[in-house]
Design a protein. Structure first.
Length: 283
């Protein structure tokens, strides 16, 4: 039997599996069973909690001097992912509870590099690191650089951003509401993205305040997406024409997140993280 902890960040939920000796080799099939909401524990993803020095990837092991613990993140379909914004906070909450880190600030290793974490009143704030536009010259010329067609909808322009993982953000036009979108299937993206892409649909609520739904690659629609919230806020800031460092409120079906642009094209995500269950499971 293998120990597990179930947690969520704004209802983006994960199964965490501790692997202090670095001996657990999770297969895609095992991840799929753990994430299955009927036959398994259920989650949008699975996170192996492993010392960075035991990571199998050279680029991750190179982070061991700075970050003791590696967030080995897998999508619900078993595929590897670079990182997960909400998952970093849940991972951080587990490290704090288990006494694996100390103090109000610490670093964690991910496939997208080292992420700096702060304990804050609402939970945890994570410096998601550097981000970039997918095609900044094209975006600044046209306002978008990619097209997205929702299921049963017409193609609409979108802005692509890379936050360590890929995103396409759509600002819904007047007459189309978030609640009316059908996200039971992945939106069609052109040009096609061979490794998949997360797609965020956004509506403006007020100044520096947006609402969002998201379809995550390898998962489907989720109640929240941390890097997606950051991408949505950064895209809306871009379209507003005022690219300052003011914080943004992002409402998702599972709650509320705060996105704060940082100097040097970095961005911080803050919000709650809850650990809700512990147990044993057969793999």
């Amino acid at each position: 039997m293998t120990r597990f902890t179930k947690g969520h960040g704004t209802e983006n939920d994960f199964v965490l599996v501790p692997d202090p000796e670095g001996t657990l080799e999770l297969t895609p099939a095992q991840v799929q069973r753990l994430a299955d909401r009927r036959a398994g524990i259920g989650g949008d993803g699975v996170i192996r909690v492993v010392p960075t020095r035991h990571a199998t990837e050279d680029a991750v092991r190179a982070q061991a001097a700075q970050a003791e613990w590696f967030m080995d993140y897998r999508n619900a379909d078993g595929s590897l992912a670079e990182m997960c914004g909400n998952g970093t906070r849940v991972f951080a909450s587990f490290l704090v509870r288990e006494g694996l880190v100390h103090g109000d600030t610490f670093d964690i290793a991910t496939r997208a590099g080292v992420k700096h974490v702060r304990v804050v009143p609402e939970g945890f704030a994570v410096d998601l690191g550097p981000w970039r536009y997918g095609d900044e010259p094209g975006a600044r010329r046209d306002g978008f650089d990619i097209m997205v067609r929702p299921r049963h909808g017409k193609p609409v322009p979108a802005l692509s951003l890379d936050l360590g993982n890929p995103h396409a953000v759509v600002m819904l036009p007047d007459g189309i509401e978030l609640d009316n979108l059908d996200l039971t299937a992945a939106p069609e993206v052109q040009p096609a993205q061979p490794n998949g892409i997360n797609v965020e649909f956004v509506k403006t609520i007020g100044p520096a305040h947006i609402a969002m739904r998201v379809h995550e690659r390898g998962v489907g629609e989720t109640r929240s997406c941390g890097t997606g919230a950051a991408a949505a806020a950064l895209a809306t800031r871009f379209w507003s024409g005022v690219e300052d460092l003011s914080p943004w409120r992002v409402d998702v079906p599972g709650g509320t997140l705060t996105v704060t642009p940082l100097p040097g094209n970095r961005v911080e995500l803050s919000g709650p993280a809850e650990l809700v269950a512990d147990g044993d499971v057969g793999l």
